[in-house]
Design a protein around this ligand. Structure first.
Ligand code: ADP
Length: 487
C-alpha cells in the first residue's frame, strides 16, 4: 500500500487518487523519476485500474446534478478560489513539475503555473459574462441554451502537464460538467499537488476527480464508460484512434489535440536575427512542445546567413539542472522517449539525410540529446513527415512564396505555423495560406485564451479555448416559443 503522502524535495505530495473529495491510496504503484537526474526516484504513485475508473466515474456521475445545479456565480466562485489557491501554492507546484518533467523552474513559476491559475479565472469571467443568444424569427422567440452534459474525462500528456490539464479542466467545470482527470504516467506530480486544493476551493465532493495510472488499463476503462458524456484528449494519434473508437461506441463528443510538425518559415525580407534566434529556441524544452516549429523552411537567398546565425544561437544553449536559471535546454522526459528520438536520427542517417549538426547523445547515460539539424534527402523523409518531439529540426530551402507554402502544407499535420517576414501583405497572404490551427507571424507561443485552439488532419479534431470549449462541453439547445397568442 502506498503511503498517502510523500516528500518530494521538501514538498508534500499526495500519492493516491483523488475521488469523491478524498485521497485514496492504492496497493499497486508506479514510480516517477527526475529526467535531469535519472537515479533520483521522486515518488511511488497510485496505479489505477478499471475498478478505479469505475469508482471515479461513479463519483463524478453522483456529483453532476449538484454541480450542474450551482448558479453561474457559485461555479465562478469555486473556479476563482481554485485560481487563488494555485497562485498561493505556485512555488510547490512549480517545484514538483520541474523535478517530474524537467521544465525550467523559473518559467514554471513565472509563466506556466500562473497561466494554469489564469485558465480558471478566465473561464469564471467568461461564464459570468455569457449572454444567451436570443432572436426573433418566424413569429417565435429563439434562445440558445447551454445545458451541462455530464461527467467529462480529460486525458493529458506528459509535456507541460499542469498548464495543459488546467486548460482542459477549467472549461469543463465552468460548463457545469464534472471531471475525471487522468494525467500522464510520466509526469503525475503536479496533478497530485492540484488535488490538495480542490476541497478548499469549495467544489462539491466528486465534482473534480483525479486518478493516476497508465493509459492502456485505467485510461481505456475511463473512456469506455458509457456514463461519461465528454472526452477531451491530448496525446498521440495512435491513442486518439483508440479513444475515438470508444467515443463512437458510446456516441460521445470528443476533442483530440495530437501534436504537430509545424513549419517555421523564414522569408528574405525578415528580421534574420529574430528568426534565427526563434529557430534555435525550438530546442528549449528539448523540442518536447507540440506547437514547435520543427521544419525550418528558409528562402534560399538567405540560407547561408540564416544558418550562420542559427548555429551561433544554438551554440549558446546550456544543458543542466532545470532548477538552475542558467539552463536553457532541458533533459528529455524518459529513457524510452530518448531512445525513440535517437531512433529517428539513426534512421535519417541510414536514409541518406544529411546531419548538419548534433545527431548524438550529449553525454553517455544522460537524457540530453545534442541540438540536431537535419537536411533531408527529400520531402518524404521520415524526419520531415513524422513528429519527433525531441531536439531535432529539419531544414529545407525554397525560392518562391508559393513553393514555401507548398512545403509548409506538405505533411499530414496542421497544428501551428510560424512565419518570419517584414511585409504586411506577405504576413496576411502566407498566414492565410498555411493550413494549421494557428499561425504566428514574427512571434511564437503568444496566445489569447479566448482564441480557438486545435489541429487539422493528424493534429487533431475539435477546438478548445474560450467559447469554443464551452460549446464543446455543453449540450446546446434551442428553445423556441411562439410569439402569438396560444390557441
Ligand atoms: P504521448 O506520446 O504524449 O505519451 P500517449 O497518447 O501515449 O501520448 O499518451 C497521452 C495520454 O493518453 C497519457 O495520459 C496516457 O496514459 C493516455 N493513454 C494512453 N493509451 C490510452 C488508452 N488506450 N486509452 C486512454 N488513454 C490512454
Amino acid at each position: 500500500m502506498a503511503t498517502e503522502r510523500t516528500d518530494v524535495d521538501g514538498v508534500s505530495v499526495p500519492t493516491g487518487h483523488f475521488i469523491g473529495g478524498e485521497h485514496i491510496p492504492s496497493e499497486t504503484t508506479f514510480e516517477t523519476r527526475c529526467p535531469f537526474d535519472w537515479d533520483w526516484k521522486l515518488a511511488d504513485i497510485a496505479r489505477g485500474t478499471a475498478a478505479t475508473a469505475h469508482k471515479a466515474v461513479t463519483a463524478a456521475a453522483e456529483a453532476f446534478p449538484i454541480w450542474s445545479g450551482y448558479s453561474v456565480r457559485d461555479r465562478a466562485g469555486c473556479l476563482n478560489r481554485l485560481a487563488d489557491l494555485i497562485e498561493e501554492n505556485k512555488d510547490d507546484i512549480a517545484t514538483v513539475e520541474c523535478l517530474d518533467m524537467a521544465m525550467l523552474l523559473e518559467s514554471l513559476k513565472l509563466r506556466l503555473v500562473p497561466r494554469g491559475a489564469l485558465n480558471f479565472r478566465n473561464y469564471a469571467d467568461i461564464i459570468e459574462a455569457h449572454e444567451e443568444r436570443v432572436w426573433s424569427s418566424k413569429g417565435t422567440t429563439n434562445t440558445v441554451i447551454r445545458m451541462p452534459a455530464g461527467p467529462a474525462v480529460i486525458i493529458t500528456p506528459w509535456n507541460a502537464p499542469f498548464m495543459l490539464s488546467t486548460w482542459k479542466v477549467a472549461p469543463a467545470l465552468a460548463s457545469g460538467n464534472t471531471v475525471i482527470l487522468k494525467p500522464a504516467e510520466w509526469s503525475p506530480l503536479s496533478a497530485a499537488k492540484l488535488s490538495d486544493l480542490i476541497n478548499e476551493a469549495g467544489f462539491p465532493k466528486g465534482t473534480f476527480n483525479i486518478v493516476q495510472g497508465y493509459g492502456h488499463d485505467l485510461g481505456a476503462a475511463l473512456v469506455a464508460d458509457p456514463r461519461v458524456k465528454r472526452l477531451s484528449f491530448t496525446g498521440s494519434p495512435e491513442t486518439a484512434r483508440k479513444i475515438g473508437h470508444a467515443a463512437a461506441e458510446n456516441i460521445v463528443p470528443f476533442t483530440a489535440e495530437l501534436g504537430g510538425k509545424g513549419p517555421l518559415m523564414v522569408f528574405e525580407d525578415c528580421d534574420l536575427e529574430a528568426a534565427a534566434k526563434k529557430a534555435a529556441g525550438q530546442f528549449d524544452d528539448s523540442g518536447q512542445v507540440c506547437l514547435a516549429g520543427t521544419r525550418l523552411l528558409v528562402q534560399n537567398g538567405i540560407m547561408a546567413p540564416f544558418l550562420e546565425k542559427f548555429h551561433a544561437f544554438t551554440d549558446t544553449h546550456v544543458m543542466g539542472d532545470s532548477r538552475d536559471s542558467a539552463t536553457t535546454m532541458t533533459a528529455m522526459i524518459h529513457p524510452e522517449h530518448f531512445a525513440r528520438v535517437a531512433g529517428f536520427v539513426d534512421r535519417a542517417r541510414a536514409n541518406g539525410d544529411e546531419i548538419v549538426r548534433g545527431g548524438k547523445v550529449h553525454k553517455e547515460g544522460c537524457l540530453w540529446y545534442e541540438p540536431t539539424l537535419i537536411r533531408p534527402k527529400g520531402n518524404d523523409s521520415e524526419v520531415v513527415q513524422n513528429e519527433i518531439f525531441g531536439p531535432v529540426l529539419t531544414i529545407q530551402g525554397f525560392d518562391s512564396e508559393e513553393e514555401g507554402i507548398a512545403l509548409a502544407n506538405s505533411t499530414n499535420y496542421g497544428l501551428s505555423g510560424i512565419v518570419y517576414t517584414s511585409s504586411a501583405e506577405r504576413a496576411e497572404r502566407v498566414g492565410r495560406a498555411v493550413r494549421s490551427g494557428i499561425v504566428w507571424v514574427n512571434c511564437f507561443l503568444i496566445r489569447d485564451l479566448t482564441a480557438p485552439f486545435g489541429g487539422i488532419g493528424e493534429s487533431g479534431i475539435g477546438r478548445e479555448g474560450g467559447d469554443y470549449a464551452l460549446d464543446f462541453h455543453a449540450d446546446l439547445k434551442t428553445l423556441q416559443i411562439f410569439e402569438g397568442s396560444v390557441s
